[in-house]
Design a protein around this ligand. Sequence first.
Ligand SMILES: [Cu+2]
Length: 627
Amino acid sequence: MTVNPLESVSADEVATAVKIFREHHPDEKSFFSSIALKEPNKSDVLGSKKISRVIELTGVDQQADGGFASLVDVTENKFITTTRLTLDAQVAYNVADLGVAIILTKSNPEWLERVAARGIDVSTEEALALIQIDPWPAGGYAHESIPKGHRALRCISFVKKDATDNGYARPIHGLIAHVDVTARTVTHIEDSGVIPMPTASGRYDATSPGATRSDLKPLSITQPEGTSFKVTGNKISWQGFDVRASVHPVNGLVLHELSLQDRPILYRAALSEMVVPYGDSDPMHSWKHVLDASEYNMGTMINSLKLGCDCLGEIHYLDSHQVTFDGNARTIENAICIHEEDYGIQWKHTDELSKMTEVRRSRRLVISSVFSIGNYDYGFYWYLYLDGTIQMEVKLTGIVGVSAFTEETVNPAQAPIIGENLSSPVHQHLFCFRLDWHLDGGSNSLFENQIELIPTSPSNPEGTQFKSVSRPLATESEAIRDNAPHVSRNWKVVNPASKNKWGVPVAYKLLPAASPTMFAQAGSQIALRAAFASHNLWATPFAEDELSAAGPSTVMHAGQGGLAEMTAGNRNIDDCDLVMWHTVALTHVPRPEDWPVMPVEYTGFHLIPVGFFNENPTLDLPKNCEG
Ligand SMILES: [Cu+2]
C-alpha cells in the first residue's frame, strides 16, 4: 500500500524505525528525545517521484557530544545514517534528562539542608514525594560550575499538600539546584535567601471552589446529518479546502499542502519556535527564556483531547504516534481535534427601502492541539473560513510562574501581586510561525502595505485624505519588519504570474495582531538565542534545511543557525519560493484573575485573500432562515 509522503508516522513505523536503529547501535544505551517523519524534499513531494518513508530519531547516548540524529528508511527497511550533534547545539532534553535532574536534586545533601532550613519536611520518602521539582533549561545562563558543553538544567521547587495539589501555590523561593546532566551531578546550590512560603491553597479542581454554578443550561452542538468535512488518513477536506495535519516534535501541530478549490496556498505552515523571556530582576526568574519548541520538544507534550471538554460537537480526532525515551511506541489518542464551529454571520445587509434582508451564516473548520509544558498550556488552533480566510489562534492558559515575597522584596512593577504572599513575574510569550507559501502554485513575492497620509493641499484642504501604499520587500534585509498598527501595516504575498479577472496578481495578506517584539536588549543571551523574536517579520527563499527560527538544535546553543544568521547573506526574495516567518506575541503582566489557573489569553494572525477571488466567494451560501 502506498502511504502519502506527508502522512503522519504510524505506530508500526515507530516500532520499525526503533528496530532498524537498534540493529545499527547495538551496544549503546540510547535515550530518545523524539521521532519524526523526515519530510521529503518539497520538489519530490510536488513531483510524482516515488518517495520512501524516512524517519528521524533523535536522542542522547554514552558519547560525549550533543547527541544523535539518525535517519532510517522504513519503506526499504534500511538504516541510512547517524549524524552526531556538537556540544554547542545539542539534541532536545528528554524525559530521562529531566528525571535525572530531579533525582540528583532530591538526593543532594546541601539542597536537602536548605529545604529543611525553610521548615519543610524532608525526613521521609513520603515527605520528599510532595516536593515538586521543575527542571528548566539553563541555555545561555548555565552556572559557571558546569563545564561548557555539558547539558545543564536549573531545578526550582515547590511543595504540595498531597499528590493532586497545585504545587505552584507554594514555591520554595530563593533556592535553585544547578544540575550538570552530562556529569550526573549537582554542581551548585544557589540560595538567594529564605522567603516564607505562602500558605493559601491554589487548588482549582472541580471540588475545590465549593459549589459550582447550577444556572448554566446545557448547550448542545449537534449535526444530525453528520459533518461537512471528510478525513482520509491525515488529509482533511472541507468546503473546497484540502489540507494535511500532523504532529511534529518541535513544531507541534503542522499543516501541509493547504489548497482551496485546487489552488495551492501554503505548502507548510506551523510554529517554528517560541520563547518565553522573563523581565523580573529576581534571581529565581531573571534568567528564564525557555525555547519550549526546540529545547523541550513541545510536540512530545501534546494532550489527549476529550469530547465535551476540549472540543464540542461532532469531532474527528487524529492520534499521534511517538517514541518513549527508552524506545517504545507511544500513542497519544485524540491528539488533533477536527470539527466545525458556527461563527456568527458571514455577511448581511438590510435594505431600508425595499425592506429586504439578506444574511448568511459563517462557519469555520477548526484543527487544533493543546500542549502542556511544565506550568503552561498552549493551544494552537488553525481556523479555515468559508470566505478563504485562514487564521492561527494561540490560546495561552495553565499556571503562571510564581514568587513568594515579603514587604522588603515586593516589586509589583516586575512581579505584580496575584495572591496571598504570591506574586508573578512579568514575561513575554513570543511564537514564530514559519509559513512556506505556494500561492497559486508558482513563485511568490512579498509586499508591505500601509496607509500613508496625504499632505494638506488645495485638493485635500482638511488633510483628511489617505491612501494605501504597497512597496516590495525584495531582499531578506528589507523583509525584517515590525508591526505598526497605527498605520494599518500588513504584508501581502503575491503570485506575480497569476492574475485575477481584474488584471491584478492574486494575493493573500498577513494581518498581524497588535503584537510586541521581544524586550530583551541586543547583546543579551536571550536576544542572541532568540533573535527571531526581535522582529515580527522575516522572509527567506525556501531552503530544505531552514525550518528553525532559532536554529535546529538549541540546547546549550548560543544562537547559531537562527534567522539572524540565516538571513545574513541578504538573499533575494523577489519572485521566489517564498517562506515567511511571523512572530506573534503577548506581554504578560499577571493579574489576580490569572490565579490559581489562568483564563485563556489569545494571540495570533489572519491570512486573508486579496484578489485571490474575483468577488465575494460566499455569495452561494444557502439561506438558513425565512424572510
Ligand atoms: Cu504568561
